[in-house]
Design a protein around this ligand. Structure first.
Ligand SMILES: [Zn+2]
Length: 333
């Protein structure tokens, strides 16, 4: 899933390419992608792009008369900047936005069709898309610590929860935790002040370094290689490969839709995280799926204890087996 660094670069390039330009047409190729009925996309024809912003992992394109296109890429959604009027690719093409100087093409290389487009009138309509996650780059140390301690979770889950923190997903949380030398499975109440400060610093340095790296790669082009798996990453997607800091083989835990990669030497005092207590932890406090994370805002209204109660008893303790499974290719996302 595109995370803060990827989305930031999309936003920066869209600002450079589209601001001031009139939206000549919106072509919708997939009936699943458009999740709103009013305003109709056709009503935006001729409106000029006035702003492009990031809201969590969403991209918000503002056009004249206070109307907004809200693009959520989810896991497999991507944007491309093509020649004006380019045809939408078969199967993966969701929508195209035509400008005088080019066409923004929205694709999703997954049959799950989770990427979405909303057309919203008025800034107030955007509030529904604000998950409330703290922007770690803008937050003070005190705000970061308060948010981290506001709920009892594994750090991995806390960092990737869009209602707690903004724009961090599976890939960059692995990288951040490795940089902070913290186990992904530490529970948030047990993390001391110095560790929280290190985690906050690791969030900032990791996200800023990656944003700059992607910015340098893209230059004045458009990001067309957005992926969660990059050779320069320290641990994410690096199961079985040497940790760049200490050379220990990177380990992983695979559970539900999620995978955590970590270095045992740097992060867990040499322990492999695959015992009985871990499997219990994974059942109770692991982001089970992106869909679940996406639903959490609604769940937070209800008592949190009620949230993860779905048929856990019947599930086998998959963690120990999964942790030692021979490496498969990371799933594309
Ligand atoms: Zn290491």
């Amino acid at each position: 899933m595109p995370e803060l660094p990827d989305v930031t670069i999309y936003v920066e390039r869209l600002r450079a390419l589209a601001i001031g330009q009139p939206l000549e047409a919106i072509r919708i190729a997939s009936p699943f992608v458009l999740r709103t009925v009013s305003p109709a996309p056709g009503e935006l024809r001729g409106a000029a792009v006035e702003s492009v912003d990031r809201l969590g992992k969403r991209i918000i394109i503002g056009v004249t008369a206070d109307r907004y296109l809200v693009i959520h890429l989810m896991i497999a959604g991507r944007l491309r900047w093509k020649k004006r009027g380019d045809k939408l690719p078969a199967k993966v093409g969701l929508a195209a936005f035509d400008f005088p100087t080019g066409t923004l093409v929205f694709t999703e290389a997954s049959p799950k069709k989770r990427a979405s487009l909303h057309v919203v009138a008025g800034r107030a309509g955007l509030a529904a898309f604000d998950r409330g996650g703290l922007d770690v780059l803008a937050a003070t140390a005190a705000q970061f610590a308060e948010r981290l301690r506001s709920e009892r979770h594994t750090i991995k889950r806390a960092l990737t929860d869009p209602t707690l923190f903004d724009g961090i997903g599976n890939a960059y949380s692995d990288e951040i935790l490795h940089a902070a030398k913290l186990s992904p499975f530490r529970m948030t109440p047990s993390i001391g002040d110095a560790e929280i400060a290190a985690l906050h610093a690791a969030c900032a340095t990791t996200l800023k370094r990656w944003t700059q790296r992607l910015r340098d790669e893209v230059g004045d082009g458009f990001p067309d290689k957005v992926t969660a798996f990059r050779p320069e990453m320290a641990v994410h997607g690096k199961y079985g490969q040497p940790c760049p800091v200490c050379g220990t083989r990177v380990q992983r835990i695979v559970y539900a839709d999620n995978e955590a990669n970590y270095c045992p030497t740097c992060q867990t005092e040499g322990r492999l995280l695959a015992d009985r207590s871990l499997s219990r932890l994974l059942k109770d406090d692991w982001p089970r799926s992106l869909d679940e994370l996406d639903e959490r805002k609604a769940q937070r209204v209800a008592p949190p204890a009620a949230a993860p109660a779905v048929a856990h008893e019947a599930e086998p303790a998959v963690a120990p087996a999964a942790a030692h499974k021979p490496s498969k290719k990371p799933r594309a996302r």
